[in-house]
Design a protein around this ligand. Sequence first.
Ligand code: GTP
Length: 640
Amino acid sequence: MDKNAQKKGILKAGWLNALAILFFVCVTQTSLAYESASNPFLDVPDRESTRRIINDIRQYKLDYLRNKEKLESAFQISKEQDWEHLHLEAAALYSELLFRQEKYAELTAHLSHYLHQDELLKRKDIHLLFLETKLKSLTRLDDPTPAKALSKTLETQISQHSINEKIIILRALAYYYTADDALRKTLSAALEGLELAMKNDDIASQGYFYRKIADAYGYLEEDEDKAVSYAKKAVETFEKTNDGLFTAKAYWSLGNILLETGDSQNALVYLNKALAYFKDVNMNKGLAFAQYSIANTQFLQANYDRALTLAKENIELALTAGIGDMHLASMILLSNIYIKQGFLDKAEQVNDEVYLLVDNFSRSIYKASFFSERYTLKRELNRIEEAFDAIEKKLFYTEKHFEATSESNIKALQVKFEVKEKEDTIRKLEYQKDISNLQAKEEYQQKIIWRLSATIASILVLVILLLFYRQALQRKKYHRMASTDYLTNCFNRRGILNTANTKLAQQKMTIAIVDLDYFKKINDEYGHDVGDLVLIAFAKAAKETLSKGDEFGRYGGEEWLFVLNSSDEKVVRDTFEKVAATYQKYCNDIDALEENLSMTFSVGVSLGDKSTRTLDTLIKRADSMLYEAKENGRNQVIIN
Ligand SMILES: Nc1nc2c(ncn2[C@@H]2O[C@H](COP(=O)(O)OP(=O)(O)OP(=O)(O)O)[C@@H](O)[C@H]2O)c(=O)[nH]1
């Protein structure tokens, strides 16, 4: 088939798609019962959780059909507990649930019970939710008068309402206008609603209006690109909600519109997504519509055998689900498949069956389309009389359709102009939203950059501080090492001289020099290692014995410099007596030394009460006292 012929085929089948979409919009708001697994209220029927369920359903965070039991419980419990306001809200949502479940008789009783309650007048938004469901259910009636009257009331009231309430009214009106074939009015109301829903950040209503606009452009067959773009927006928007039914319908609409444009491959993707939801919630009507479109796609792709199987299945499915229009549409599709397969007699047989059921069609336009096809078939079969009858009836129903739906040219032009204006506003709003999204993104990125920079800076500061700290520790360590004797771990010469100098600047003090007696002999007799142990024993004894604030260090070899705070001769003598006793004790602990070997030292002391002395003179004096002590036979303290 060349491209033109294919396009013709698509256009010819176009009315079938439009019909399917329209049926879907007007007739199936539905499902068969969907069983939810648990009832959260069986355990805790408190007000807070009831409020939460109602809010979540109202904000489309929970799917109506998949949470049917939760909503039913919220409705019942709020009634039993007499939570008046909460109950009214639950009742309004419950009416939408009944509508989606197609429990129309129950819905009518429910609506008339609640719409008579005075309390409802104080809750305008809830009242409008009831009226929205009421208008949708009235459009189903054969008599158009009540729906028309309610739509008029809503139209005249709309200006007195808040934005939120206007959105509900416009949703109801867009639904009604579509069902009433007033598609330009649908466009006008849906665009106005979309603008308000965008300003109010009402995502689900935005999705609803996007789909209504897409469908209207689709039926008007005016602007395919717009129909596709709005249908895509509807899908994108509903995908952000948890409203499974409306999301499936958005897939369905986009699938059908793509089919219209000849993009049957992508159409199938969306139709199959819609089909998956309907299967999931066991919704026969939805299934019938989705399957019809898929059969139609196979037909358009010239897969006649597959299309034939699906169309036959769908005739049964639509019949069981009780959708008259879909039943007939599937039969017409079957007849068209037979024509393509060259079975004109079979096609005629099916066409004649539809002819007998033609009154079951809900709209004149569907009848007109059927008679148009019948005319072509009968002409081809040379049934002249029946062909004439078909063409006459086609004209009759076409006229009837236009009588019912036509708007005066001036009014149509006016609406067209309004639509254009509103579309410009919507584009501006979308642009602003894009800009603010971008800005928010940029601000977010900026924030991340700042945070990262701050973190990196803090880490750097920490690392630098750590390095400084380590350096300070190292310096301290080196300083200590430079002032410490490696063997005895007390001050070395440099360390004790520094300490003595500092002390001398602050206070008077006593300097003493100690020299171990006959140390060379120890080295010679016991070895250097034992000599080292003796040095360690002396340092340990001095450390243990000295008072707080007294200091000592290894002055060189086996010579020690003491810096004592006291300038009292007795205290100094007592100090060295204690050191001597302890030194002897620690030396006794050295196994290598001969048992009870007498270990002594000599001390030269320069008392600190002579203020004129410098450290140097103090040391020299102590040194000469030491010399005297050695000369006098060692093991003694000589004080000056
Ligand atoms: N084991 C050891 N011996 C050391 C150390 N430093 C110096 N000496 C030794 O200490 C000894 C000091 O000997 P002398 O100055 O003759 O003094 P002395 O033997 O104690 O005799 P008097 O001071 O006269 O009682 C020398 O043999 C040095 O080699 C050291 O760190 N360890």
